[in-house]
Design a binder for this molecule. Structure first.
Ligand SMILES: *[C@@H]1O[C@H](CO)[C@@H](O)[C@H](O)[C@H]1NC(C)=O
Ligand SMILES: *[C@@H]1O[C@H](CO)[C@@H](O)[C@H](O)[C@H]1NC(C)=O
Ligand SMILES: CC(=O)N[C@H]1CO[C@H](CO)[C@@H](O)[C@@H]1O
Length: 199
């Protein structure tokens, strides 16, 4: 194979555009294991499963700090209790909205130099009570994931923006069981990939 002048021109054009605007990314995400990572974060009492991924192929505006907050609102989660810093292991409580009072979501962005997908990795869990101190219900990770996904899938509008979300399950990336999982709560090993398109 050799590069035709047209292909080279295309490459230069692509880099220029990338430098100027928010580009749609090229991959859903990179498997953290390939870069020495894991699908568990490092919370206070062991790892919380990163059981939902917002694809790097989503509309770029969804993957920004501001954009993901707006997207959460569109899904019925209020951002009133949000206090997270993306990229750092911080708890983000999507807390006081509608039917999801005790849903907790931590958000991590995959944007390091060796795996810059722009994807957001979420650790979703369901707590017993919003007032209790991170006391998960039985099966709290699987249920937290399923509730978040159920709230997100389909077409949702908020503040003049319409989002279309498609879900796909990925197995084989996260080990099933309770080994090394926060509070010893077993996970089913399913990671749900959400691809969000702004209409
Ligand atoms: C939290 O979730 C559990 C299980 O769904 C529910 O029984 C409980 O009432 C909820 N608590 C609050 C404060 O929303
Ligand atoms: C993903 O897996 C969960 C748990 O088995 C299931 O409840 C859900 O319906 C699946 N979602 C999709 C999109 O396949
Ligand atoms: C704070 C905390 O939970 N740290 C853990 C991070 O993960 C390593 C490896 O699994 C544990 O040894 C630490 O205890």
């Amino acid at each position: 194979m050799y590069s035709t002048p047209l292909a080279v021109l295309g490459l230069i054009y692509a880099s220029v555009v990338t430098g100027m605007t928010l580009q749609r990314r090229a991959v859903d995400f990179f498997d953290p294991a390939h870069g020495g990572g894991t699908m568990f974060d490092n919370a206070t009492f062991g790892g919380e499963p990163l059981n939902v991924i917002i694809s790097g192929l989503s509309s770029p505006d969804v993957l920004t700090d501001d954009g993901v907050l707006k997207y959460a609102k569109a899904n019925g989660f209020s951002q009133e209790c949000f206090g997270f810093h993306l990229g750092a292991p911080q708890t983000a409580n999507l807390g006081d909205g509608h039917n999801s009072k005790n849903q907790t979501v931590e958000i991590f962005r995959q944007d390091g130099p060796s795996a810059n997908s722009g994807a957001l990795f979420l650790a979703a869990s369901k707590e017993k009570d919003a007032s209790k101190n991170h006391d998960l219900i039985d099966d709290g990770y699987n249920i937290g994931r399923n509730e978040l996904v159920a709230a997100a899938v389909g077409t949702k509008s908020h503040d003049g923006v319409t989002y279309n979300t498609v879900a796909r399950n990925i197995t084989g990336m996260m080990p099933a069981g309770s080994n090394g999982v926060n509070h010893g709560i077993a996970v089913d090993g399913v990671v749900t990939l959400l691809t969000v398109s702004i209409q």
